[in-house]
Ligand binder design. Structure first.
Ligand code: E4P
Length: 216
């Protein structure tokens, strides 16, 4: 399973890149608002840190506006993927961007049917939001499982990107569900690295090594 960083924070992305685990990046207007500046500049910098897909999200509500923003983002770097929300206008924009050779990530997917429609319209990435479904007492991972079965079963030309990931457990569950990608914030990536027995084991080995160096 590929791992994307779910952030617009350059230092967080650099950290994942240094760890050798960075396959791509997803941003959205909320994540961008946390770092500020120019969205174009931030996107260009991120695209320089990874050759993987970097999602840039449109905010227009109408098809023409989505197309204008999408074409603008796509011109910034070859690895930009235009993030388009699931809606009637979004589906049309996805289909038209696909016809122009621009890759899209359909975001705000909360059901397998929405994901199926986005794949048929031509989205390369389908983003079911696991955490936000769990927040309202739904089973977010069930949508990932269903969508993976549909995409893989029919050989659709799209990848399921488990989004709105809130815990390391979500990552394991997404991998077991067959998600092609999970996008995670740095905090979750750090939680994946650490285990109390690993951390105490490292400290004990270091202590014992230092004790062995002391004169007897
Ligand atoms: C990524 O593509 C999504 O925009 C993001 O994972 C949403 O996460 P949130 O539900 O924590 O805002």
């Amino acid at each position: 399973m590929k791992l994307f960083m779910d952030t617009a924070a350059i230092e967080d992305i650099r950290t994942a890149a240094r760890w050798g685990v960075l396959d791509g990046v997803t941003t959205n207007p909320t994540l961008f608002a946390k770092v500020g500046g120019s969205y174009d500049d931030v996107l260009r910098e991120i695209c320089g840190l990874t050759p993987g897909p970097v999602s840039a999200e449109v905010v227009a509500a109408d098809v023409e506006g989505m197309l204008d923003e999408g074409r603008h983002f796509a011109a910034l770097a070859p690895n930009i993927v235009v993030k388009v929300p699931m809606s009637e206008e979004g589906l049309e924009a996805i289909a038209r961007l696909r016809a122009e050779g621009i890759r899209t990530n359909c975001t705000l997917v909360f059901s397998a049917n929405q994901g199926l429609l986005a794949a048929k319209a031509g989205a390369s990435l389908l983003s079911p939001f696991v955490g936000r479904l769990d927040d309202i007492n739904e089973d977010g991972m069930a949508v990932v499982r269903e969508l993976v079965a549909i995409v893989d079963g029919y050989g659709l030309d799209a990848e399921v990107l488990a989004a709105s990931i809130r815990s390391p457990r979500h990552v394991t569950q997404a991998a077991l569900a067959g998600a092609h990608i999970a996008t995670v914030p740095l905090a979750v990536l750090r939680q994946m690295v650490h285990h109390p027995l690993t951390d105490s084991g490292i400290a004990a080995f270091r202590r014992d090594w230092e004790a062995a160096q002391a004169p007897r």
